[in-house]
Design a protein around this ligand. Sequence first.
Ligand SMILES: Nc1ncnc2c1ncn2[C@@H]1O[C@H](COP(=O)(O)OP(=O)(O)OP(=O)(O)O)[C@@H](O)[C@H]1O
Length: 258
Amino acid sequence: MLRLDHLVKKFGGLTATNDVTLDFPAGTLSAIIGPNGAGKTTLFNQITGHLVPTSGKIVFAGEDITGMKPAAIVRKGIGRAFQVANIFPTMTVEEALASAVSAHAHAAFELSSAFPRRDVKTRTEELLALLGMEPVARRISGEISHGDQKLLDVGLALALDPKLLLLDEPAAGMGPEERWQMMDTVQRLWKSQNMTLIFIEHDIDLVFRTAEIIHVLRYGAVLASGQADEIRGNPEVIEAYLGSETDATEADSREEPA
Ligand SMILES: Nc1ncnc2c1ncn2[C@@H]1O[C@H](COP(=O)(O)OP(=O)(O)OP(=O)(O)O)[C@@H](O)[C@H]1O
């Protein structure tokens, strides 16, 4: 579904993504972990077209999408949950979701007149149910809890019917109980929506419980890939990951002199 092929991204003398080659097979639920500054978000930004790789290729569904603009990549079927709930602060949750569903239906209809018009109301209700957000459907987006706003972000990305969904720390800023619930929801969405999902997460316990495949980044490069048991038992990973608790930004140590 998605292949990253020798992907390099440099910011001046800093190599944020260092020769990353990874496969994300269709239908899988993968996590990307790694210390602060390991290059996780930079990787996502390249996949979504917000950053252009210095070298290497990004192949999605058999097509080379390297260097395409973000809007074109969204149309190819790659969605990402941004912190967008605050774009609709005065709308209710239901209205915000309906707007996203409606915009997507409209774009799809313009692309192909054969594309069936979506029943916006039905899809909105479906999403509310999927997200478990019916109880807050009529509340103002800007006034719901942080956790519900993060869920709404995911819902807005889902409204575009992505084949591949990228979530950057979906449980960030939540309390322990809420974090587990969020990851349960992510797993449920992934199962029910027949999509490929990649998430970035710092909490290694959440990752071990949720992801099928885990990729560990360090200094912008892939340190290890595998299932939870393989990753859990990898001394290098443990060292790299636990080391991050004390190093604020590991990338600081790899800046080359100008
Ligand atoms: N636009 C940019 N310009 C210059 N340097 C950047 C830019 N974006 C990221 N970096 C640097 O690239 C390195 C990797 O950053 P990135 O945000 O991808 O790491 P991360 O693994 O997502 O970290 P975190 O877990 O803290 O979010 C960091 O040193 C960061 O400062």
